[in-house]
Write a protein that binds this ligand. Structure first.
Ligand SMILES: Cc1ncc(COP(=O)(O)OP(=O)(O)O)c(N)n1
Ligand SMILES: Cc1nc(C(=O)O)sc1CCOP(=O)(O)O
Ligand SMILES: [Mg+2]
Length: 498
């Protein structure tokens, strides 16, 4: 992928910790190319803001126009804007950018005050120019104080946050991530609240107690804008940006006499810094214990009938999934009973997709569920019946949510384009697969989606131990021969590792 271009529109911080200076470091750290549009020059050090001078509208628009002629952006990160004229001009300019090229993703961190408390902007919340800019924004990242200034709603509870976010969404703003760092009801954890009108989630991290957090808001929004420009979905961009900031906070130190800036350490990989992802409207059962352990999955064919189970298990397949999408109720149950019995006869592990009640009733080895099934299935019943649980994931946020349930295995998909299922997500590819494997942390994993026999070696080279396939076996000219080839490939890998 070509290095994405991100425009950072905001104020210069002469102290080097926040504003445009932080934005440039964060965008570079996340693998983007950063351009800058300076809205104001501030004279600051680590102790105080001494002077603020807005740039002229002529200079502001000249920067925008010049960049549009050559360095067209994939994303914009907006920070401090000095006055209503700049807001007005920027709202119109973004509308124009969206008309003349591929619409860039727009993240606005509405900086109204410096962390020292000094007012940075003359913007009056609620004025038409604020509303016009909000209408062009994909994600707004206010802290509690900025949320109150923008909406007049006092952030006294999660419900109040939702009400305030709703007001902002009504302006046409796509989504709101409220940074919870200073919310009164949070103590041990720092949770951010994400609202987009349909989805409500919390992203929680252990609070990192440091005075050296200057620039963390700018950095979060810039890292997020870069991840969006790299084509990560918003929930994954939030995970990455939070991991970037958490690591920066952990390694921050003083530079001057006052609070220091957070540190910039590049692409986040360490699992310790990634947030917990908590669905806002759903809580897993409190009594839920880890699911029964699973060993390496190896070759994991996914089939749609007991006949296929009967065909593959005698070849030496010892882990298989029955995935029946259309069947009459009686037939479905019969197929499940037969598949489970075949599993017992061949000492193979049979997972049942979706139909967890039938899987429990007939004593399957395990159940495979998708993310959307997690809220409706009785997870406690599955776990207490001793069944294993495999969960589908398609990126950082789903992975973090799935991990919090301590499943027996994690499926990482879809790796390549697939014709078997219409996917709402994009193919992840091998680079992302390697990143997710670091996060999976000891939980068995299986890759799925578009994996052909030819691609198995490169998939195995990522370090993954399980490979799930549908069409590579189902549509093979000789499914038995293909299954034997695949078993040999996995067996050889196993022997090479030993
Ligand atoms: C190993 C494995 N990974 C992913 C899936 C997909 O499961 P889900 O998201 O529940 O979608 P459907 O299979 O129900 O369409 C899977 N079945 N197995
Ligand atoms: C059923 C399914 N789930 C996926 C996921 O990513 O969750 S991909 C997929 C289809 C896998 O089929 P094939 O091997 O033919 O590409
Ligand atoms: Mg399913």
């Amino acid at each position: 992928m070509k290095t994405p271009i991100i425009w950072c529109i905001g104020g210069s911080d002469s102290g080097g910790g926040a504003g445009i200076q932080a934005d440039l470091l964060a965008v570079r750290g996340m693998g983007g190319h950063a351009c800058s549009v300076i809205s104001a020059v501030t004279a600051q050090n680590s102790l105080r803001v001494a002077h603020i001078q807005a740039v002229s509208l002529e200079s502001f628009t000249a920067q925008l126009n010049c960049l549009a002629q050559d360095l067209f952006p994939q994303a914009l990160k907006i920070g401090m804007l000095a006055d209503s004229l700049q807001l007005h001009c920027l709202a119109e300019f973004i509308a124009w950018l969206k008309r003349v090229g591929k619409p860039p993703l727009v993240v606005w961190d509405p900086v109204l005050r410096a962390s020292s408390g000094a007012a940075l902007s003359e913007i009056k919340p609620g004025d038409n120019d604020v509303t016009a800019l909000l209408g062009q924004v994909d994600i707004l990242t206010p802290n509690a104080q900025e949320l109150e200034l923008l909406t007049g709603v006092s952030p006294t509870s999660p419900d109040a946050l939702a009400a305030a976010a709703q007001k902002l969404l009504q302006t046409g703003c796509g989504a709101v991530l409220v940074k919870g760092g200073h919310l009164a009801w949070q103590a041990e954890t720092a949770e951010d609240y994400y609202f987009d009108g349909q989805d409500y989630r919390r992203f929680g991290s252990v609070r990192i107690d440091t005075p050296h957090s200057h620039g963390s808001g700018c950095t979060l929004a810039s890292a997020m804008a870069t991840a969006l420009a790299l084509d990560y979905p918003v929930e994954d961009a939030i995970c990455l940006a939070k991991a970037y900031v958490n690591r920066g906070l952990r390694q921050a130190s003083a530079v001057g006499e006052g609070p220091g800036p957070l540190s910039h350490q590049g692409w986040p990989k360490d699992v310790a810094y990634f947030p917990a992802v908590i669905p806002g409207n759903w809580q897993p059962p409190k009594a839920l214990q880890p699911f029964a352990e699973e060993s390496e999955l190896g070759l994991y064919p996914i089939v749609d009938s007991a006949d296929w189970v009967e065909r593959l298990l005698p070849l030496g397949v010892n882990c298989i999934q029955l995935r029946i999408k259309k069947a009459r109720k009686t037939d479905l149950e019969e197929q499940i009973i037969r598949a489970i019995k075949l599993g017992r006869d061949h000492e193979a592990r049979v997972y049942i997709n979706d139909h967890w009640q039938l899987a429990i009733r007939h004593g399957a080895h395990g159940v495979h569920l998708g993310q959307e099934d997690l809220q409706t299935a009785d997870l406690l019943a599955i776990q207490q019946a001793g069944l294993r649980l495999g969960i589908s994931t398609h990126g950082y946020a789903e992975l973090q949510l799935a991990k919090s349930l301590s499943p027996s295995y994690l499926a990482l998909g879809h790796l390549f384009a697939t014709k078997t299922k219409q996917m709402p997500s994009k193919p992840q590819g091998l680079t992302r697969l390697r990143q997710y494997l670091i996060l999976a942390e000891g939980v068995p994993t299986v890759a799925i989606g578009g994996i052909s026999v030819e691609r198995v070696p490169e998939v195995l080279a990522s370090g993954i131990r399980g490979i799930a396939l549908v069409s590579a076996i189902r549509d093979a000219a000789n499914p038995e021969a293909t299954t034997r080839t695949l078993l040999n490939m996995l067996e050889k890998r196993h022997a090479d590792r030993a």
